[in-house]
Design a protein around this ligand. Structure first.
Ligand code: X2X
Length: 340
């Protein structure tokens, strides 16, 4: 065989092999990838999840089809199990609150330290800095890849009984919290009666008045769920920040080609950065978004820094206790960034 013919044959063989491996690769892709979301499709959180799925589908020419399972459909009830679904590969993706993952990844409680973050600049410094990098490393060690940070938002208090301006106003109020134990500690320290409940059941509890209050962000939850219908009072106290993570199960991730991983990672960044802007819209400076709540009949109380300090003082012990659980080094890294 002449040299040129041999080379020609090699080329043909290589092309055939490459095509074949591409076909095997494609054949291994699932017809549907499942994405978990605790809330419904309305509002920045749900809409960003759908936006991500749409971008991925479009940019992979339909090769990767992600279906959004809203309102916690995938974990049938217990939202603090969401991380386990990803680990086991039952869910492939999630746009998830750090709160719901913190029972499995205690370091994520960093964002729930009471009255730790004052503003978005501080939140960004921590998410985009060394603590954020360490947190993504922690979740990866447990089988989930973090693709981008989104945001539920600063968690504000709503209730049906009275305006809350000082810790004493919380005395005896039954407040629904997520089943992550730091919240029980915080609300007990403030004199309230915290009750842990999944978001799926919480709405009925608000309507029936079996609980008096709850805490959630304005744009991502309070407005889309129209909580003014059950709670006439809201206190803007920024007691905890709740970032979201767009994560993918490591098992799923490993099944994608390099090229597709790049497309997915970029889509995640795009959808999340859009989502963060929406979650913060109207909530900086004079906070015009609060006008919407007033128009709906809510009495809005925005704590002054001094009023907020009273709540911070009351929860100092909770802060110290959880600093140890989260890891003093990690918390100190964040404290440094915040100039504390
Ligand atoms: O359950 C909540 O309060 C919610 C929707 O904010 C979370 O998933 C943490």
């Amino acid at each position: 065989m002449s040299r040129t013919r041999a080379t020609g044959l090699m080329v043909v063989l290589c092309v055939a092999l490459l095509t074949l491996s591409g076909m095997v690769q494609a054949a291994e892709y699932k017809s549907e990838y499942k994405m978990s979301i605790v809330v419904g499709p309305k509002g920045p959180w749900g809409e960003a999840a759908q936006k991500f799925a749409d971008l991925v589908k479009e940019r992979t020419g339909g090769r990767i089809n992600i279906k959004c399972y809203f309102a916690g459909q995938l974990f049938a009830g217990k939202q603090t199990n969401e991380f386990l679904l990803l680990r086991q590969g039952v869910a492939d993706f999630a746009l998830a609150s750090t709160i719901n993952w913190s029972p499995q990844v205690p370091e994520l409680n960093l964002f729930a330290l009471p009255f730790f973050f004052d503003n978005y600049e501080q939140v960004d410094a921590v998410k985009n800095g060394e603590p954020g990098r360490i947190l993504f490393e922690k979740i990866e060690e447990k089988g989930v890849i973090g693709l981008a940070w989104g945001e539920n938002g600063f968690r504000e208090l709503t209730n049906r009984v009275r305006p809350v301006e000082k810790p004493e106003d919380l005395a005896g109020l039954k407040v629904r919290v997520v089943g992550s134990p730091i919240f029980i500690d915080i609300f007990r320290a403030l004199g309230a009666n915290p009750i842990n409940m999944n978001w799926g059941e919480a709405q009925t509890a608000f309507q029936q008045g079996t609980v008096d209050g709850q805490e959630n962000p304005v744009n991502a939850v309070i407005i889309p769920y129209q909580l003014w219908q059950v709670h006439p009072y809201i206190t803007i106290w920024h007691y905890a920040i709740d970032p979201l993570i767009l994560g993918v199960s490591k098992k799923t991730w490993e099944g994608f080609t390099e090229e597709d991983r790049k497309i997915i990672a970029e889509a995640a960044q795009e959808a999340c950065s859009w989502e963060v802007d929406r979650a913060r819209e109207g909530l900086t400076g004079e906070m015009p978004a609060l006008k919407i709540l007033e128009q709906k009949g809510m009495k809005v109380t925005v704590l002054t820094p001094e009023q907020r300090q009273a709540f911070r003082a009351k929860t100092r012990e909770v802060y110290e206790k959880w600093k140890a659980t989260i890891g003093a080094d990690l918390v100190e890294e964040a404290e440094k960034l915040l100039g504390r």
